[in-house]
Design a protein around this ligand. Structure first.
Ligand SMILES: Nc1ncnc2c1ncn2[C@@H]1O[C@H](COP(=O)(O)OP(=O)(O)OP(=O)(O)O)[C@@H](O)[C@H]1O
Length: 315
């Protein structure tokens, strides 16, 4: 049986009185881009540091490709690519020299592949690191994470400093990478990135796992907006009984609706009348994200649900 690429098993990490990570468990499968989402200080970097054996857990275990993070750290490194949130680089080396240095530590890499990565990210490897913009620094960080074609890539806030076009290219690269059966574990506090690129996402807050959900499931659950313009005024109440409709308001001949799930019953009802235009709002995951983090009272309920789901490998 192929080993599970990443397993976090009852991980707890305390720094004195601070419980940075509190009994967190989840698995990430082969071919997945998995997002790890949470606000500042939630425990994302601490989890990643334990996974990479940069710090020792207080209790629990992490495994990469079936190998124990603590006991088999050296072997794990061969199959792993890592982009830390604060990659240390020698200021006097150029980008290329930095990559050569890191390639040497890894026992050599395929330079044609490194050149391809660098061209795709439009990275300037000729200048000294000291002269780099934060974006170019990040590009070198990404290239070094992928230079050994890792089976498992762990990326801490990868799009920081990248402009939107480079972000698009980078996300395309991630998709290609997992299409070969590799795995990407990506931590972020930006919902839009996680929404764009990940297959599943774990939500963490104050060290505790709130939920692990597939993006498909989140999208299906997300509330969407629909604006219908009719030839004549239509009462909003006509739409309130339809499956999935939460809210309906009318302004003259325009009806605005909030709904979840399939749009079909709603459209069927609407087309009984003369519809002049239909405008569908983007999926409102932002609201969902805020709800995960806003409501202190929901904490305990969500914990029970989320941790249970995580233990069973998500939804
Ligand atoms: N070395 C340390 N000593 C003491 N406390 C720490 C240490 N590292 C992290 N913490 C604390 O642990 C908690 C989790 O921090 P962590 O860096 O894992 O969060 P994060 O989710 O990665 O946040 P960010 O998005 O800001 O990077 C925070 O309260 C942080 O202050």
């Amino acid at each position: 049986m192929t080993p599970v690429p990443i397993e976090i098993d009852g991980l707890t990490k305390r720094f004195g009185d601070v419980v940075a990570v509190d009994d967190v468990s989840f698995d990430i499968g082969a071919g997945e881009i998995f997002g790890f989402l949470g606000p500042n200080g939630a425990g994302k970097s601490t989890t990643i540091r334990c996974l990479l054996d940069l710090i020792r857990p207080t209790s629990g275990a992490c495994r990469v490709l079936g190998l124990d993070s603590r006991k088999d750290a050296v072997e794990i490194r061969r199959s792993l690519g890592f982009l830390p949130s604060d990659l240390a680089m020698y200021p006097n080396l150029t980008g290329r020299q930095t990559l050569e240095f890191l390639a040497h530590l890894r026992g050599g890499v395929d330079w044609a592949w490194v050149d391809e990565l660098s061209a795709r990210l439009d990275a300037d490897l000729t200048r000294r690191v000291a002269e780099y913009s934060s974006g170019n620094r990040q590009k070198v960080g990404i290239i070094q994470a992928f230079m050994n074609r890792p089976k498992v890539a762990v990326l801490d806030e990868p799009i920081t400093g990248l402009d939107p076009l480079v972000q698009l290219e980078f996300h395309a690269m991630l998709r290609e990478h997992v299409s070969d059966g590799n795995t990407v574990f990506l931590s972020s506090h930006t919902l839009s990135e996680v929404e764009r690129v990940t297959d599943r996402v774990a939500f963490i807050r104050r060290g505790r796992l709130i939920a692990v959900e597939s993006m498909e499931h989140l999208r299906a659950k997300a509330v969407r907006r629909l604006r219908l313009e009719f030839a004549v005024p239509v009462p909003a109440e006509e739409f309130l009984g339809i499956a999935g409709v939460h809210e309906a308001t009318a302004d003259g001949a325009t009806v605005t609706l909030q709904y979840e799930g399939s749009m079909a019953p709603l459209l069927k009802a609407a087309t009984n009348r003369e519809v002049l235009s239909v405008e569908s709002g983007s999926i409102d995951l932002d609201e969902m994200f805020l709800e995960f983090y806003r409501d202190e009272a929901a904490d305990e309920v969500a914990d029970e649900r989320g941790v249970e789901a995580a233990r069973h490998g998500g939804v």
